[in-house]
Design a protein around this ligand. Sequence first.
Ligand code: HEC
Length: 118
Amino acid sequence: MTAYPRKSALLLALVALAGLAAHPAWAQSTVAEGQKLAFDRGKGNCLTCHVIKGGDLPGTIGPELKDLKAKYPDRSELAAILFDETKRNPQTMMPPFGRNRILTEQEIDAIVDFLQTL
Ligand code: HEC
């Protein structure tokens, strides 16, 4: 009778381990998801203002997005720029994607993963 709960605890542990092992694949998919969100004209729409490797018909209102990992080694800086760039620059043209809820925190996180590959 007591064997059943133990078995399910073991199962849970296995599921958790499998999750850990799968982490690299998950990280890959957030980069792809981040790129999709960044390029999506109804979501990040980043190409309207930024040249981004792999993106079509970019605008040039903002700087080209590249070497961002070197420029902002701390990913929270990039997340903050996406969340609300008006904090750094009140005059910026860049929409405050987080504050205005254009993007969720999860979506911003995925885009930061993508930006760090540029
Ligand atoms: C309406 C134009 C516009 C849009 C849309 C826009 N940005 Fe920007 N972005 C700018 C401008 C202009 C700057 C220059 C810095 C400033 O204005 O404060 C900037 C700066 C940045 C920077 C800092 C770059 C550096 O080299 O320091 C990052 C990172 C960035 N944007 C990412 C994004 C991402 C990702 C998106 C899409 C989710 C996006 N931007 C959408 C206009 C835009």
